[in-house]
Design a protein around this ligand. Structure first.
Ligand SMILES: [Fe+2]
Length: 281
């Protein structure tokens, strides 16, 4: 059966039906999927659950998967695939205030790296009976809607991305001395040009973007807050309600995401994840 592509929302994303991702895809399918990824910025491949080897094979159609910093998540046979459990096993695992859970902050993955991944792939193995949606905002559209004056103001600005910033309400996991050494502050442009489509998008991570280079703290905070509010408006947003087997591939160069961390205690939530290197790296 032929693959069918259908938009998920007016903001971003498309779902793809009729794929069997346990088998190799043919060239026509690979081309359709990759073109759709660039067009919609996010794809949801409706699938049965795949094992790590099958997911790795699928990931290679998008580029080169790589291993993450945190080794304890690595799949024993395929280290480029991380197994992420986000189950709340007890009362104390679930924060009273969602803001205190790092995952609920709007972010683009691994912007603490000099060369952040172009895409993330997340595959649902277990999902709770409610909540736990992954939410996305389209930062290309958000950029395009800015006034001409704002575009001029942001044109040549750069920002410092830190592993941790006091602007974020929640702290990341503690790093070892070696990991701290491996994660120095990096600088990224505030407006990023997509290296495959040449389209501009805002590049801002509320968990990592600390300040605008050359601005005093107060002025920097004001502008970053304004950008944050602008790019997370509902008109740019799509919330994904997971189904078991869903494989989501999103473009970190023009989307931000966060998690609805309000889901039941004691219900399993497991995903497989991999990150894809940016071709420009
Ligand atoms: Fe993330």
């Amino acid at each position: 059966m032929k693959l069918k592509v259908s938009p998920l929302s007016s903001a971003l994303g498309a779902e793809i039906f009729n794929g069997n991702y346990s088998n190799p895809l043919n060239n026509e399918e690979i081309e359709l999927i990759y073109k759709s990824f660039l067009k919609y910025h996010l794809l949801c491949l409706r699938s049965k659950t795949l094992n790590s080897k099958e997911l790795y094979k699928l990931a290679t159609y998008f580029g080169k998967p790589f291993t993450e910093v945190t080794r304890n998540h690595w799949d024993i046979d395929v280290p480029e695939i991380s197994i992420l459990e986000s189950t709340y096993n007890s009362d104390k695992d679930k924060p009273k205030d969602p803001k205190l859970n790092r995952r609920s902050g709007w972010h683009t993955d691994h912007s603490f790296k000099k060369n952040p991944p172009k895409a993330t792939i997340l595959h649902a193995h277990n999902i709770p009976s409610y909540g736990g949606h992954t939410r996305f905002c389209n930062t290309r559209k958000a950029y395009e809607d800015l006034s001409a004056e704002m575009k001029i103001l942001l044109k040549n600005l750069s920002t410092v991305h830190c592993y941790d910033t006091k602007r974020a309400p929640a702290r990341p996991v503690k790093r070892s001395k070696e990991e701290i050494k491996d994660t120095p502050d990096v600088i990224h442009p505030l407006v990023r040009i997509h290296n495959e489509t040449n389209k501009k998008a805002l590049y801002f991570n509320s968990n990592r973007t600390d300040r605008i280079v050359g601005f005093e703290r107060k002025k920097s905070d004001l502008l970053l807050d304004k950008i944050h509010i602008h790019m997370t408006q509902n008109k740019y947003r799509y919330d994904h309600e997971w189904e078991i087997g869903d494989i989501i591939i999103w473009d970190n160069r023009c989307l931000i995401h966060s998690v609805n961390v309000d889901y039941p205690i004691g219900e399993a939530r497991f995903h497989l994840r991999t990150l894809i290197k940016n071709n420009a790296n």
